[in-house]
Ligand binder design. Sequence first.
Ligand code: CA
Ligand code: CA
Length: 368
Amino acid sequence: MKKDVTKNLFTPAIHFSFKTVWLFAVLFFLSTAKLIAQDGASLDFAGDGDRADIGDFQLTTAFTIELWVQIYAKEDFQTIIGNKFGGLENPGYTFSVNGYQNEDRKLHLETQNFEAVTDEAVIEYGGWQHIAVTTDGNTAIFYLDGQVLPASQNSVSLASSPYSTSIGDFYHYIIGNGSFNGRMDELRIWNYQRSQTEIQEQMICELEGTEEGLMAYYRFNQGIGEGDNSSLTTLEATVGPDGTFAEFDFSGDIGNFVSDFGVSTGVACEVTSAVTEKEAEQLSLGTLTPNPIQTGNKVQATILSEQDEEIQIGIYNTAGQLLHQQSEFLFAGESTIEINSDLLPAGLCWVRFQQGEKVANRKLIIVR
Ligand SMILES: [Ca+2]
Ligand SMILES: [Ca+2]
């Protein structure tokens, strides 16, 4: 009798113990998986019809389309965005990378009866590049990484299309013939022809979403990078219409949200409009001097710290990749921070300072 009681007491205890161990193992696995998994930061299109339909979205007067892309292979037309039915005579617009027949990696804006196209192949395979097309409604200007591209064929004729607009596929075209095969990040559509300076200044950072003239804005920061995103049905717009996904697998690194990016998530463009609430959150930071700086020299900036607290400094390249990171402990009051430009490449960089909730961003130009 005594023996039985002991057994009865003992057995549940063992059972509970195994259950506990198992539970901890599962929790540990989940927490590890969560630590390893990264947020989606851009969208990969498989090139087999993957697209997001954003409905009726007309561009019938001056506009700008800009984004970061990465492509992998020569295709006929790789549509970024468009609402044009196949056939040159049809109204609407389609912005794509043209590799049709003898063409190769040219930027291409097709409108009613006109094709504006860059003179040369411009996109490299397998790396992030920023591309843009702007028009006043009559002629197009193309940009690669903020530089104007020669385009002797540049006429544009804008008219309303009866068809809905797709991101990633030519409307109603043979599947695969107009599909985008690569990655997109930071797609923005503006209702005016942006200047080169405007394009250069804001291509390396995320917008606020409150910028004047911004008609549609997609950051592609959704889901889990390379994870199971099969539950996603909607492309989230920061500004403008959301999209309805079609044909995406949403698993692995093809046809899915990926952790790779054109612009770092959370690297915001300097606030140019008066957003006083945001400004109140900014760090009290002086200008970087000297700027431009010759490589090998030290950049200095003064900062006013309200309390004894560490500050994180990150330097990003124009592709939004982190080049250098340092942290400094600051005592309350004014301090001078030094950043060594030795290890940084020549060109435009973006320096981000963060202390607690407060952030400040500065552009830094490094010359040899
Ligand atoms: Ca993004
Ligand atoms: Ca697919």
